[in-house]
Design a protein around this ligand. Sequence first.
Ligand code: NZQ
Ligand code: ZN
Length: 389
Amino acid sequence: MNSFIYDVGTKIYFGKNATDNISTELKKYGKKVLLCYGGGSIKKMGLYDKVISEIKKAGCEVFELSGIEPNPRVDSVREGAKICKEQNIDVLLAVGGGSTLDCTKWIAAAAKVDHDAWDFFSDWADVNEALPVLTVLTLSATGSEMNCGGVISNPETKDKIGRLAKPLLPKASFLDPTLTYSVSAYQTACGCADIISHILEVYFAPNKDMYMLDRFMEGLLKTVIKFAPIAIEKPDDYEARANLMWASSWAINTFVTGGKTHEWSCHPLEHELSAIYDITHGLGLAILTPRFLEYCLSENNVDKYVDFGVNVFDIDKNLPKMEIAKLSIEKLSDFLFNTLGLDDTLTKIGIDETNFEIMAQKACEYDCINGFVKLSPKDVEKIFEMCLE
Ligand code: NZQ
Ligand code: ZN
């Protein structure tokens, strides 16, 4: 394995009433706050009032950007950056799911530059600084609360692009599992599929693994598999919501990637789906992941599937390796489509092969994905086709 630096500088307040600490953190970063949120779920939950009272307690002036969309658009980033510049905003407070958090992070960066926000994605413009960002998470899925990534869509160019940049890392995140009680069964399922995918993108990587991190990832996977159905059945089960919330953060806060150089495979494919069809990220991943695993399986990499099947799904280790590998994919599909109840084909969600060729080329950036198995655009097209039935 490679050497690495592990340095996640996000302070986490975890547990019931974690939001009581917002004012303490806000005070550190200035007087003018831009509160960013989505389509209104935070008002229905009563969280908006709580956040406003914390902002007042901190003695701060509040400005607002509401209506941030799922699969957040670059227009929202532009709008937020304009407010920051006009009002001399000191600090941003994102309240919501991954879309709100991602959008807020890129507003924080766009507020510091003169060029258009989309240049960060089309031209890979430098991200040298950003306004400080604090987050209140209301949906366990993306891990955006504890990482420096953010994914932004541009409906004009039909692009959805994710990028990491150290200055975007939240300074503090408030993680109260009770704030996820109101998440629908569908969004809970999609969030869990996303967490699982984040882990599998790293677990199934081409280079040599660190034993400890592989066992850690298996533990995270077992956690999601155990608690997702409980949260769906009983949305206010604190233990289930708490386990899912903390698992979502640790699946993608760079801890599990320690020592690995690798490229993700299913995420670039999914980003093409949601760029064109505006589907929920986790749903796209749920449909893609079992097909990706099936497509990549070979005698050369079967041992990894055996670990997955035996350690995560308790499949009998004495069975032939190929049988264990295939069973592990079946078990994963059963969990995603029967236990979580997600649609199992692209056809069912109204997507056909019309755009597969261009989507495959864009997912590969016109060359190939150097992930678990090297995938050319033709390979990616085949994986998309497997998702039709
Ligand atoms: O807009 P509101 O009204 O808040 O409603 C949202 C939205 O409709 C709702 N919701 C959120 N919390 C709720 C709630 N409804 C009831 N009660 C609550 N407590 O859920 C819907 C979906 O929200 P969204 O933020 O879009 O979901 P998610 O957290 O899954 O975020 C998805 C976005 O994150 C990106 C995805 O590509 C997608 O754009 N990702 C970000 C990553 C990162 N920053 O590291 C990595 C991921 O792989 C992912 O790509
Ligand atoms: Zn994801």
